[in-house]
Design a protein around this ligand. Sequence first.
Ligand code: NAD
Length: 354
Amino acid sequence: MPGDGIGVEVIAEGRRALDRVAQVCGREFVFTDALVGWAAITATGTALPDDTIRICRDSDAIFFGAVGDPARDASLPPSRRPEPVALLGLRKGLYANLRPAILNPALVGLCPLRPELVQGGIDILIVRELTGGLYYGQPKGPHDIGGVPGAVDTMVYTVPEIERIARVGFAAAQKRSGRLCSVDKANILACSQLWREVVTRVGRDEFPDVQLSHMYVDNCAMQLIRNPGAFDVIVTENTFGDILSDEASMLAGSLGMLPSACLGDGDVTPFFEPIHGSAPDIAGKGLANPIATILTGAMLLRHALGWTVEAAAIEHAVEETLKAGYRTADIAGPGGSPISTSEMGNQILARISA
Ligand code: NAD
């Protein structure tokens, strides 16, 4: 589902990379194109047509570009625009948001932190709970407090909600360095005290091989800037994850480098997208960096299909391409010689091997 703006260009490259890895690893994909976003509104009047929902339901994974076009926003009320309709519609029921923040060692110069802090690169995976907590808890809304006008939001978590996201965090840590940092605010919040208790129990009973640590969210925000290389997998609740994953994404140097995934329990199709939007300022000019989307394809292989060898083949090809010095405009730096979206795709494709 390319969607709008640069979604079209970057999904084209992501799809070529998936086709290439299938070819060299003896796999086969069946791609079904589906309309979403303004492209869908133009064709059908709605940002998430029924046909698209059906195609998603019948698929093993959704490979999504981006939606949104600020130039057309005024033509529809906010509730019918693509961002709420398509994004919220497609992510519904998916409770785990995986957001890697990777700073490739070749791009250390682009990180806003001093080079000595990030010399070895950064490779953090933030696992954010996506369906609970402060954003959805009731009561919510305007609320008179002792006759004084005010507002209220409610943070709510149940034990099963914490257990299932903890398992995603532990399983991810098991596949990486075996270290998991659970982030909460257990010194203040009742939800966080429950969170810490449940995560500790799940770790002890189900993942004794994973080394679990706990960190308060304020300290985590600081440590991500002070010593980002110390983190591997972070698991945290909805609001904290929203903020920390955006903070961590800045370490990677460009929005054009970062993939993401939303996962559920199997009855809802998992959703994979680059973290960036439709970037209308550069759309159609061949300037978009396709790496976020190509790495999103690798996440799809790993998390939706369990094809770890194929995922690693794509990630390795991206690393080698950067090591060889190829850069799109967003990561070229001053005086660099940027290549186009499709040329970056070509370079990565050429390095995908079994
Ligand atoms: P954006 O992520 O589209 O762009 C922010 C800046 O980063 C722009 O300068 C853009 O040129 C640059 N950029 C983004 N991706 C890039 C890439 N792959 N390569 C090189 N440069 C890249 O955010 P925005 O400008 O705030 O939003 C534009 C539209 O996208 C809006 O309509 C917004 O609602 C929508 N949006 C959609 C999603 C989504 O579909 N998941 C996410 C964010 C924003």
